[in-house]
Design a binder for this molecule. Structure first.
Ligand code: ZN
Length: 462
């Protein structure tokens, strides 16, 4: 053990599911180096030695990856550098290379100036208290002081082989893809070159400046190019990815956006046909239509907390073959490893759609017609957001409302439901409401606004 001077991270970068900051302001190469030493010390304490390291397409990623690799090596790890690619390529590497953990340098869907790290310890996501522990280890400077090694193990080819292996051939489809200049670009080109059908690729060159649109498919304006291209081409569907490829965006042949909870209805039907009665997990933001459909198909619908690390952990505990979030994080354990790989989800979806004559738009039209808001996000300082939720919760308790408090509050009424929760990753509150008709949705939105005002927050226009 070396007791060098400790390294103190900016406290804002140690987040719930990852480490993330603004490069040159709250995050530097020195942070990456210290993180490498702290992570290596934690892994060595648990007996681990081999670790996979990947990075996304951001301009700052190579420099941060180099500093991180040096820190990992300096504290005794065998570092396998798998190269540039999406975050799920790193998850795959941990299994494929039988490593003891993995790290990805990525700012996910955030602006070009941001960057950060997603990590696995063993085959589990490293998050929550463990991230705080890394911060303490670094502050104490009590780093493991052994010599490790660095080697290059490019993984893109093996990753693409694994993805394509689970494609089920059927009716050839015309697909427009939008990688948003994110880290999936190269893998996407390799995958689509090996699939039957017609594939048009938008923004598949990796460019960390994101010159075309922001790589976040949950924001409808980021899907505008894809929608235009699908309509112009008369394509069967459009598929988009977030910046690091762990979230999927979807557009049907009419150019209508389908969120993760709608896509899940299709994927759940396929999985439940092969695993009857299985639990299927969806997050608190998901439409009631999804939970109802899972039950109708004979599955057990389970509502879980939003957050990719929480979803992965919960699905492993309950042995669920499939889990998904409205945000587009979708997790396959059926035939796969139980983590969120958007390219893999796309391949499974194309297989399902190719197996019969129903188009994606027709499938969408058969879904229960719920009227809902998209995910509504509005700013609320980090140090206040959980207190706001507590005040709303207290107000609801005083009214005797029907509340599911698994993650924020999901309030059931005769009209439908509304949700208010604090984001674990951003200084925002997240809301959503869903009813069977427009008047009901208005009543729900008014209730939500009333509760926000009572908690001292001026509700945004929604
Ligand atoms: Zn992501």
């Amino acid at each position: 053990m070396s007791h060098a001077v400790g390294h103190v991270f900016d406290p804002t970068i140690l987040r719930e599911y990852d480490i993330r900051g603004i490069v040159g302001e709250t995050l530097s190469a020195a942070d990456a180096h210290a993180l490498g030493r702290a992570y290596a010390t934690m892994l060595r304490a648990g007996g681990g030695r081999r670790v996979c390291l990947g990075f996304d397409g951001r301009l700052s990623s190579p420099e941060l990856a180099k500093a991180l690799a040096d820190g990992l090596e300096r504290s005794g790890l065998e570092v396998l550098r798998i190269g540039r690619g999406p975050t799920p390529m790193m998850y795959f590497a941990v299994y494929h290379l039988a490593a003891d953990g993995g790290l990805q340098v990525t700012g996910s869907h955030n602006p070009p100036s941001h960057n950060g790290f997603k990590m696995m310890l063993g085959r589990k996501p490293l998050y929550g208290a463990q991230i705080q522990e890394l911060g303490q280890l670094a502050a104490e400077g009590a780093f493991s002081d052994e010599k490790g090694s660095l080697s290059d193990t490019p993984l893109l080819d093996a990753y693409v082989d694994r993805l394509v292996r689970d494609f089920r051939p059927g009716r050839p489809l015309h697909v427009v893809w939008d990688a948003g200049n994110g880290a999936t670009g190269e893998a996407l080109q390799a995958v689509t070159a090996r699939l039957p059908g017609r594939h048009e690729l938008l923004f598949a060159d990796i460019d960390g400046r994101f010159p075309n649109h922001h790589p976040d498919p949950t924001i409808p304006e980021n899907l505008a190019d894809l929608i235009t291209a699908v309509r112009r081409a008369g394509a069967d569907l459009g598929i988009a990815f977030d910046g690091d490829g762990d979230r999927i965006g979807l557009v049907d042949g009419q150019g209508r956006i389908m969120f993760g909870d709608q896509l899940m209805q299709i994927l759940a039907a396929d999985v439940l046909a092969r695993h009857p009665g299985s639990p299927i997990l969806a997050d608190v933001k998901a439409s009631q239509a999804l939970f109802d459909e899972i039950e109708r198909l004979g599955g057990q619908a389970v509502m879980g907390k939003t957050g990719h690390s929480l979803m992965k952990t919960a699905m492993a505990e309950m042995g669920a073959p499939l889990a998904g979030e409205m945000s587009g994080h979708i997790f396959y354990a059926d035939g796969f490893y139980g983590y969120d790989d958007a390219l893999y989800v796309a391949i499974r979806l194309l297989g399902i759609l190719g197996q019969d004559d129903l188009s994606l738009a027709e499938r969408r039209d058969r879904m229960a017609p719920m009227i809902n808001t998209p995910e509504l996000r509005f700013d609320c300082p980090d140090e206040q957001k959980f207190a706001v939720i507590d005040r709303v919760k207290a107000g609801l308790a005083a009214e005797g409302a029907r509340v599911n408090a698994i993650d924020g509050v999901r309030v059931g009424t005769d009209d439908g439901w509304w949700l208010l929760r604090a984001s674990n990753t951003q200084a925002v509150l997240v809301a959503r409401a869903e009813a069977r008709d427009k008047a009901g949705l208005e009543r729900l939105k008014q209730q939500l606004a009333t509760h926000l005002r009572a908690a001292g927050v001026e509700p945004p226009a929604f």
